[in-house]
Design a protein. Structure first.
Length: 95
């Protein structure tokens, strides 16, 4: 009976980890895909406006640098957690 209780507790902890990982992956996905897409669209629109008016903008350069800094690291993190989640789901399914 003690072994069963420990097994049940371990399974519950793993299921909780699975749910947390799903939520975390979804949140990163929103940032890495949706927010990134919208942010790049806005940057491209602003860049076209500056090109049409032959303007140079340090603010525009700053935003492009911010984009690179943020999403260069976020996409690999998203990919890692996607793979981790798949492996976790597979292992829990055979438990």
């Amino acid at each position: 009976m003690i072994i069963s209780s420990i097994h049940d507790r371990a399974f519950f902890v793993c299921k909780e980890l699975l749910m947390t990982e799903r939520t975390y992956k979804k949140d990163i996905e929103v940032l890495a895909e949706n927010f990134r897409h919208d942010f790049l669209s806005i940057l491209n629109q602003q860049n076209e406006i500056h090109i049409e008016h032959d303007e140079e903008s340090s603010e525009q350069d700053l935003l492009f640098n911010f984009n690179e800094l943020l999403f260069t690291n976020l996409v690999p993190i998203y990919n890692f957690h996607s793979q981790f989640l798949r492996q976790l789901e597979q292992r829990i399914s055979i438990w």
